[in-house]
Design a protein around this ligand. Structure first.
Ligand code: SF4
Length: 380
């Protein structure tokens, strides 16, 4: 089990090194997907490897020349990598219309990466609007046709359904991992769970599922060393994955993560697609009926605050730690409302603002320790 976790960690830490090597060995096309919500299944069905692009851990140098310095870390870091030509092994990039910052990055990337395939995927902002479904359906048809033209492979219904099954299987295995963490607190650390999900965003899903199945067969038999630590839910970190340092720091401060709504966690694997109807219609429904409400969308039918309260109750957590990416406008605007919802439900919460160039984590540790202490005192 340790070996599999360290393989996932290695890939999650160095995704681009892994992908360059993978391409040399397999010769297949790689399509980078900017986060979040690109329907990777369609790319897979066209015979290419979809991967979710992530920031690097390197210092940002050239990026600010083309991307605003008040954009979030992932956007600035990807801008830097594009400017420095570090993503040239990619055969294409798909940019979903998530927020203003991604749009800014996308404009720059389209200009700088002219020699590769580039697709701007427009996603409806107001997901319950009457016009949203036909709009998204047209967009998915346009995306499919564009991938067919680029790859030279026709995407038949059967091949798309087969790809959906591969992704559904992978999501089901990851959800089982999350279930085990909830049922046996302490069995899987937050950093290991995050690396496992992130590795799956990079590796071929078939290979990731094979390793995951092996990992799960060991974990199911293992007991958890739960030591009475405070159980918490992590929320936030939209497109930018929280660093291992922050996740370890949180758990070292006396708490244990039992659930989350992070993109590098529960959000990425929240919903499966049906395999008996029109696959593009199923993909549209997944976006319009999001299993986990998203601050980047306007959804009159669901509420992230209610979702969080429910997540805390079902996982029997004692509090929430928000991880908010610095300069993430959609999340910043939502945050006060979420705090109010949790306060009304009597759920203690705290916020850690994360940044690409994270300053000393010492202060953060002291704040988390004080928060945990407060929960312990209140529980007496
Ligand atoms: S982290 Fe926030 S600001 Fe940055 S790209 Fe994602 S949604 Fe946009």
């Amino acid at each position: 089990m340790e070996q599999i976790f360290s393989r996932f960690k290695e890939i999650a830490d160095q995704p681009y090194g892994y992908l360059r090597k993978w391409k040399e060995q397999n010769g297949k096309k790689i399509i980078g997907c900017l986060p979040m919500y690109v329907p990777e299944e369609i790319i897979h069905a066209a015979g290419m490897l979809p991967v979710v692009l992530q920031k690097s851990n390197e210092q940002i140098s050239l990026g600010p020349a083309n991307v605003q310095s008040y954009f979030c870390g992932i956007v600035r870091s990807l801008g830097d990598m594009i400017q420095e030509n570090k993503l040239k092994f990619l055969d294409g990039v798909v940019s979903p219309d998530i927020c203003l910052a991604i749009r800014g990055l996308s404009n720059m990337a389209r200009m700088r990466m002219r020699e590769i395939y580039y697709f701007d995927l427009l996603l409806p902002l107001a997901v319950k609007n009457k016009a949203s479904r036909p709009f998204l359906r047209d967009e998915l048809d346009r995306f499919k046709a564009s991938l067919e033209e680029f790859s030279g492979n026709k995407i038949e219904r059967d091949s798309l359904l087969r790809s959906i099954q591969v992704f559904n299987e992978n999501r089901a295995l990851l959800r089982e991992l999350c279930d085990l963490r909830r049922k046996k607190p302490g069995l899987i650390g937050a950093a290991d769970l995050s690396s496992t999900v992130v590795a799956g965003m990079v590796m071929p899903k078939e290979e990731h599922s094979r390793l995951l199945a092996e990992l799960l067969s060991g974990l199911r038999k293992k007991e958890a060393p739960f030591n009475g630590a405070v159980k918490i839910v992590l929320s936030g970190s939209l497109c930018e994955f929280p660093s291992r340092d922050i996740l370890d720091l949180i758990e070292d401060a006396g708490c244990i993560v039992v659930d989350d709504d992070l993109y590098a966690g529960g959000r990425y694997i929240a919903s499966d697609l049906g395999v008996d109807g029109d696959p593009l219609e199923a993909i549209a429904s997944r976006h319009l009926d999001m299993a986990i409400p998203c601050p980047t969308r306007f959804d009159q039918g669901s509420d992230l605050g209610d979702y969080l309260v429910n997540l805390v109750n079902t996982s029997r957590a004692q509090g929430v730690i928000f991880l908010i990416v610095k300069f993430c406008q959609p999340h910043d605007m939502y945050y006060p409302y979420l705090v109010e919802k949790l306060q009304d439900a009597g759920i203690p919460n705290m916020m850690i603002e994360t940044e690409h160039e994270m300053p000393s984590v010492g202060q953060v540790k002291t704040r988390v320790q004080a928060y945990i202490e407060m929960i312990r005192r209140n529980a007496k």
